[in-house]
Design a protein around this ligand. Structure first.
Ligand SMILES: C[S@@+](CC[C@H](N)C(=O)[O-])C[C@H]1O[C@@H](n2cnc3c(N)ncnc32)[C@H](O)[C@@H]1O
Length: 248
C-alpha cells in the first residue's frame, strides 16, 4: 500500500523520506548553522530564545529536555537557569548538530549538568513523566509526524510541567508579511549559497516555515495531545511564536 505524502518545503514526498532529507539538510548546514542564524535574523534569534526560556518559568534545580536542541543555544540558557543542582538533556536526531552543540558547551567551560542523546522527537527514549520542562526551538516544523512528537513530549513531561515551543509562525501584518516574504525568498537562499555554500537547504528552510501550522492550529494540536492552559505569544509580529502549554 502506498503511504500518505508529507511536505518537504513545497515538495510532497513520502513520509519515510522526509526524516532522511531533513537529516541531510542539517548535516550539511551544521558547521555554519550558528553564523547563518545570526545573519538571517540579524541576531534576533538570540532574543527569541531568551524569551522562550523566560516564559518557561524554569527554576534552579529543575530538569529540562531540549528536543531538536541542535547546537544547544536554548540548552545553554536553560543550564544557566537550573544551575549545578539541575539538569539539561539535549536531544537531536542529527549527530552533526549535536557535535556542534557539544563543542559549544565545552567552549563555554560547561562539563557537568548537561547530557546529549541522539533521538527522534517522535519516539523520545526517556522515562515517562520525568522532566519539569521540555522545549523544542525551531525543530517542530522539521519533524515528519508533528502530532506524534507532541504526544511523545507530553508523555515525558511530569505532571505540572511545561512545554515550550519556539517556532516560525504566521505573520499578522500584511505589510510586514510582504517584506518578510521578499527577504525570505530572495535573500536567505542567497546568503545560504555564499556563506554555507548550500542554497537548497536554505530554500527548504524558507518553504518549511510557510508549511508549518499557524498559531491557532498548533494550539489545537497541543490540546489534542492532552495539554492544558495552552497559549501563545507572538514575537516580531508573528514571524515567530512561542507556545506554552502545561501537563496538568
Ligand atoms: C533549525 S534547527 C534548531 C536547533 C536549535 N533548537 C536552535 O534553536 O537553534 C532544527 C533541528 O531539528 C532537528 N530535527 C529535525 N528533525 C528531528 C526529529 N525528528 N527529531 C529530533 N530532532 C530533529 C535537526 O537535526 C536540527 O538540529
Amino acid at each position: 500500500m502506498k503511504s500518505k505524502s508529507t511536505d518537504f518545503g513545497y515538495q510532497k514526498i513520502a513520509p519515510e523520506d522526509k526524516t532522511r532529507r531533513v537529516s541531510e539538510v542539517f548535516r550539511s548546514v551544521a558547521s555554519n548553522y550558528d553564523l547563518m542564524n545570526d545573519l538571517m535574523s540579524f541576531g534576533a534569534h538570540r532574543f527569541w530564545k531568551r524569551q522562550a526560556v523566560y516564559l518557561s518559568g524554569i527554576k534552579k534545580g529543575q530538569s529540562v529536555l531540549d528536543v531538536a536542541g541542535g547546537t544547544g543555544d536554548l540548552s545553554i540558557l536553560f543550564h544557566r537557569r537550573v544551575g549545578k543542582e539541575g539538569s539539561v538533556l539535549v536531544t537531536d536526531i542529527n549527530s552533526a548538530m549535536l557535535q556542534e552543540g557539544r563543542n559549544k558547551f565545552l567552549d563555554e567551560g560547561i562539563i557537568s549538568g548537561i547530557d546529549f542523546v541522539q533521538a527522534n522527537a517522535e519516539v523520545l527514549p526517556f522515562v515517562n513523566n520525568s522532566f519539569d520542562c521540555i522545549s523544542i526551538a525551531f525543530g517542530l516544523r522539521n519533524v515528519t509526524d508533528k502530532q506524534k512528537a507532541i504526544s511523545s513530549m507530553f508523555e515525558k513531561l511530569r505532571y505540572g510541567g511545561c512545554l515550550i515551543i519556539l517556532e516560525f509562525s504566521k505573520v499578522k501584518l500584511s505589510t510586514l508579511e510582504r517584506l518578510y516574504d521578499a527577504f525570505s525568498f530572495n535573500v536567505i537562499p542567497k546568503i545560504g549559497k555564499f556563506v554555507a555554500k548550500d542554497e537548497a537547504s536554505y530554500q527548504y528552510l524558507v518553504e518549511s516555515i510557510r508549511m508549518h501550522p499557524d498559531q491557532d492550529t498548533l494550539k489545537g494540536m497541543l490540546e489534542t495531545a492532552g495539554f492544558s492552559r495552552v497559549e501563545y505569544f507572538n514575537l516580531a509580529g508573528g514571524i515567530v511564536a512561542i507556545h506554552r502549554a502545561y501537563k496538568l
